[in-house]
Design a protein around this ligand. Structure first.
Ligand code: ADP
Ligand code: DP6
Length: 378
C-alpha cells in the first residue's frame, strides 16, 4: 500500500505543443509554480494484491476506466522500472481531488503526478519519476516537485532527458501568494491535448515562440525567481500567458480559451499595477477562462479587496461564498468601504486563495483511501 499527496501547478512559461505525441515530448521547455496540495491537490492510495482481478481506479468516489492509454503508459513504465512481470492484474487505485476535476484548474497535473508517485512508492521504483508522470499528462511532470519547477524539453528521441527539475523549493519565496479567479468550472470545449495538436499543425507563431522566444524567457524567469524579483517575474508571466493565447488565435481555425471576463481581469490587473506604480500583481491563464493572479503578501489584502469589488459575487451569494478563506476575507472586510461593480456580479464564480506548495506530502495510515481486505474504496 502506498499513499501520496501532490499539488497542482500553474505554468508561468507555458508548455503548448508536442514534438512526439505518443511519448509526450514538448516543443519547448516550460516552468511552473506548484500550488499548495492543501488547497489545490490530489490524494492517491495504491495497493497491490495478485489475487485481485485487473486494474481498477476510483476517482472522487466513482469508478473510472483504468484502461486508458495514459494510465496504461504510466503502468508500463512503472513495470519496466520495477522489474515486476505483469501489471495488468491486482492493482487498485483510489484518488480524490480537493478542487474541481476536469474544470480547467489542472486536476490532471496533480492527478497523474500523484498516481505515478503512489505506484512508484508501491513498487519501490527509485530515481526520477517525472519522466513517467510526463506520459500521463505533460504538465503533470512538474507536479512531482514542490516550489518552482522547470520541465526541460530534452533532446533525446526516447524522452529520457525530458524531465522536471526543481528550480527553487517552496520555502524560497514564502511571501508569494496566488488568487484563483474561477470564471467557469465547466469542462473546456477544446482540450489542451487537442488544442495544442492543432496549434502545432497550423500556427507559425507557435513555431517561432518555441524556437526564438521561450529559450530566453526560461533563463530570465529562472533568474527572476532566484532573485525573488516580482516585477520581472510578473511581467514575464503575463507576457507568456498573452503569447500562449496569441498562438491559440493564430491556430487555424482559431481557438478561444479567454472570454470577456478573462479580458476584464487582464485590464483590471494592468489598471491595478498602473495605480501601484509598478508590477505588483500578475495574471496567467491556461487552456480556459480562469485566472491565476500572483501577488506578494504585502499587496495581497489590497488586491483581494479590489478583486472582490471589481468582480463581486452574484446577487444571491455573499462574500462568504465568494472568498472562502476566512482569514483573508476578514482582512478584506476590515478594509471595507468598496463599491461593488454590480454589472460584473457573478462573472467570477468564486476565488481560491493559495500559496506555493510543497512537494510530496507524507500521508498517514489513517489517510489511506483503500480498504486492504476488499481492495475497494473506504
Ligand atoms: P483539468 O483542467 O482539470 O486538468 P482535463 O480534462 O485536462 O482537466 O483533465 C481531467 C482528467 O484528468 C480527468 O478526467 C481524469 O482522467 C484525469 N484526472 C484528474 N484527476 C485525477 C486523479 N486524481 N487521478 C487520476 N486521474 C485524474
Ligand atoms: C495550457 O499537460 O494538459 O496548461 O500533455 O496533452 O496532457 P497533455 O497536455 P496538458 O497541457 C497543459 C497546457 C497548459 C500549459 C502548461 O501547463 O504548461
Amino acid at each position: 500500500m502506498a499513499r501520496e499527496g501532490r499539488g497542482s501547478n500553474i505554468a508561468v512559461i507555458k508548455y503548448w505543443g508536442k514534438r512526439d505525441k505518443k511519448k509526450i515530448l514538448p516543443i519547448n521547455s516550460s516552468l511552473s509554480v506548484t500550488l499548495s496540495p492543501f488547497d489545490m491537490g490530489t490524494c492517491t492510495s495504491a495497493a497491490y494484491n495478485p489475487s485481485w482481478k485487473g486494474v481498477k481506479l476510483w476517482l472522487n468516489g466513482k469508478e473510472e476506466d483504468a484502461n486508458t492509454e495514459r494510465i496504461q503508459n504510466c503502468l508500463r513504465e512503472i513495470q519496466a522500472r520495477s522489474g515486476e512481470s505483469d501489471m495488468k492484474e491486482g492493482i487498485r487505485i483510489v484518488s480524490t481531488n480537493n478542487f474541481p476535476t476536469a474544470a480547467g484548474l489542472a486536476s490532471s497535473a496533480s492527478g497523474y503526478a500523484c498516481l505515478v508517485a503512489a505506484l512508484g512508492g508501491l513498487f519501490k521504483v527509485e530515481g526520477d519519476l517525472s519522466v513517467i508522470a510526463r506520459q500521463g499528462s505533460g504538465s503533470a511532470c512538474r507536479s512531482m516537485y514542490g516550489g518552482f519547477v522547470k520541465w526541460e524539453m530534452g533532446k533525446e528521441e526516447d524522452g529520457s532527458d525530458s524531465i522536471a527539475v526543481q528550480v527553487a523549493p517552496e520555502t524560497h519565496w514564502p511571501s508569494l501568494h496566488a488568487l484563483i479567479l474561477v470564471v467557469s468550472d465547466e469542462k473546456k470545449k477544446v482540450s489542451s491535448t487537442g488544442g495544442m495538436e492543432e496549434s502545432v499543425r497550423t500556427s507559425k507563431l507557435l513555431a517561432h515562440r518555441a524556437q526564438a522566444v521561450v529559450p530566453d524567457r526560461m533563463v530570465r524567469m529562472e533568474q527572476a525567481i532566484k532573485d525573488k524579483d516580482f516585477a520581472a517575474f510578473g511581467k514575464l508571466t503575463m507576457e507568456d500567458s498573452n503569447q500562449f493565447h496569441a498562438t491559440c488565435l493564430d491556430t487555424w481555425p482559431p481557438i478561444f480559451y479567454l472570454n470577456d471576463t478573462s479580458r476584464a481581469i487582464i485590464q483590471f490587473v494592468h489598471a491595478f499595477n498602473e495605480e501601484m506604480g509598478q508590477i505588483c500583481a500578475a495574471y496567467t491563464f491556461d487552456a480556459g477562462p480562469n485566472a491565476v493572479l500572483f501577488v506578494e503578501e504585502a499587496n495581497l489584502v489590497k488586491l483581494a479587496h479590489r478583486v472582490s469589488a471589481a468582480f463581486p459575487p452574484s446577487k444571491d451569494k455573499t462574500l462568504e461564498d465568494h472568498l472562502a478563506d476566512d482569514e483573508l476575507r476578514n482582512k478584506v472586510q476590515e478594509v471595507g468601504g468598496w463599491e461593488a461593480d454590480q454589472d460584473m456580479g457573478g462573472r467570477v464564480k468564486y476565488i481560491i486563495h493559495t500559496k506555493v506548495g510543497c512537494g510530496p506530502s507524507a500521508l498517514t495510515e489513517d489517510e489511506s483511501l483503500i480498504d486492504l481486505s476488499s481492495g475497494l474504496p473506504k
